[in-house]
Design a protein around this ligand. Structure first.
Ligand SMILES: [Cu+2]
Length: 106
């Protein structure tokens, strides 16, 4: 039984080798790029490269409460395990919007 668990763990580790990290910059009150397409299992990292302005990344369809602010020099990351379109916005600046399009891993 234990050997099967080890094999399953190894296989899932191998599967995550292909997973990518994609960076979205936050600059001048914009998400750059605002739209990205990733594969299931990939991680998106939002980096605030502003001089002073804080922001956050709020997936309103997934999270009820507004998340913590991301201050300049800080980042926030989220891994997407399921396919779908995930829209988000910045809590303090609702005009700042973006979308993560997650497609099935090939
Ligand atoms: Cu903002």
């Amino acid at each position: 039984m234990r050997i099967f668990i080890v094999i399953i763990l190894l296989l899932s580790a191998l599967g995550s080798v292909n997973a990518k990290e994609v960076v979205v910059k936050i600059f001048k009150k914009q998400f750059i790029p605002a739209e990205i397409i990733i594969e299931a299992g990939d991680t998106v990292i939002w980096k605030n490269v502003e001089k002073r302005q804080y922001h956050n990344v709020w997936f309103k369809q997934l999270v009820k409460e507004e998340p913590d602010y991301i201050f300049p020099g800080e980042s926030y990351q989220r891994t997407f395990s399921k396919p779908g379109d995930f829209a988000y916005e910045c809590g303090p600046h609702p005009k700042m919007v973006g979308v993560v399009k997650v497609v099935t891993r090939q």
